[in-house]
Design a protein around this ligand. Structure first.
Ligand SMILES: *Cc1c(COP(=O)(O)O)cnc(C)c1O
Length: 356
């Protein structure tokens, strides 16, 4: 047998890896450290008990979209939901990217934007953020003029830096891409951790979509549910590339029931924001560089030791953070997810012990 060969453009790609080690304190993937409230679990169990398991799910996910629309003050036709915001992004790229088209990203940023673009055959063009990880509109303008991307990704708060773009950025980028027929996608996976949002700028007259996820602020990473708010004309194109019945009935149910627990979600987010403040202020007292964050994680760089060395020493103490130290533009950096007060203390105490 001559082994079938994968597409030439995929041969150079690695899969996405986030090492999962068996440790006591997991602060590496920006999950919520708290599960959703027990009332949610009970209400969902009741709803699942009445589910018609032998029937296909509602293909249009009507109830979920109505509830999300109500939550955000838009129409259901402006909502597209899928299995995690990664699948939402994949749908956007299948519909608006693809062979012969480009997607623009500004590094360092969420690696999946580029990864999913490449898998869909979309060429990735990269712009650089400034030394303090800010987006410079001049740089955005040159990249867009030179490459005319079909899709331009922004990410605010940005992963892995935590940086929040100033309020005027999205409008500035829209002005740059719209004359050439480009689309701007703002990834707001951490949207509720910061007062800024681009949601208010979504409308029929703007080539703008905002993605959100249940994985972080909703404490539902296990459910695999994300969505996008965009103009109706955009959502109807995404429906063409979605597989039939792509969103299972239990997934839709989980998303609907969660929306009865908005108050609890906001309280949990507020607790994490408070913990983030505590994490940043204690880090500021240590021999590390630390960046202000608008998300549920903090990027820092140990000054006296290599990032790798500190990462290993933390693992030896059963604490796992994300090792970004070998990523381009992030030499020596580690990213720690905000955990419970006890987890944050365990991390900070260990770090204090490790640093000379
Ligand atoms: C975690 C994260 C996501 C979430 O992806 P899901 O597929 O919804 O779990 C999306 N974008 C960014 C920037 C993230 O950090």
């Amino acid at each position: 047998m001559s082994r079938p060969r994968v597409r030439d453009d995929l041969r150079v790609l690695d899969g996405y890896h986030s090492p999962q080690l068996d440790v006591d304190v997991r602060l590496n993937t920006n999950e919520s450290p708290e599960p959703p409230p027990s009332g949610f679990v009970a209400a969902l169990a009741e709803r699942l008990a009445g589910l018609e398991w032998h029937r296909y799910p509602d293909r249009a996910a009507r109830e979920l979209r109505e509830r999300l629309a109500e939550h955000h003050g838009v129409t259901p036709a402006m909502v597209f939901a899928a299995n995690g915001s990664n699948e939402v992004i994949q749908s956007v790229l299948l519909a608006f990217g693809g062979a012969g088209r480009r997607a623009a990203v500004f590094e360092p940023t969420y690696a999946m934007h580029g990864q999913i673009a490449r898998v869909t055959g979309t060429e990735v063009v990269e712009g650089e953020r400034t030394a303090d990880f800010a987006l410079d509109l001049q740089t955005v303008a040159s990249l867009i003029t030179e490459t005319s991307p079909a899709v331009t990704f922004l990410c605010s708060p940005n992963n892995p830096t935590g940086v929040v773009d100033p309020a005027g950025t999205v409008a500035g980028v829209l002005d740059l891409v719209e004359p050439g027929g480009g689309l701007v996608v703002v990834d707001e996976a951490y949207g509720q951790f910061t007062p800024h949002s681009a949601l208010g700028q979504v409308g029929d007259g703007a080539a703008l979509a905002v993605t959100r996820t249940y994985s972080k602020t909703w404490a539902m990473a296990g459910a695999r549910l994300g969505y996008l708010i965009g103009p109706e004309w955009l959502v109807s194109e995404l429906e063409k590339v979605a597989l039939p019945y792509h969103l299972s009935s239990p997934t839709q149910a989980a998303g609907i029931v969660a929306l009865d627990f908005v108050t609890e979600m906001e309280a949990r987010v507020a607790r994490l924001v408070e913990q983030r403040g505590r994490l940043v202020s204690r880090l500021a007292g240590l021999d590390v560089d630390v960046w202000p964050s608008g998300a549920n994680f903090v990027l820092f760089r140990p000054r006296p030791l290599a990032g790798d060395e500190v990462w290993r020493a933390l693992v030896d103490r059963s604490i796992l953070v994300r090792n970004c130290s070998s990523w381009p533009r992030l030499a020596g950096c580690l990213r720690v997810t905000v955990g419970t007060p006890a987890e944050n203390d365990a991390f900070l105490d260990a770090l204090e012990e490790i640093l000379p």
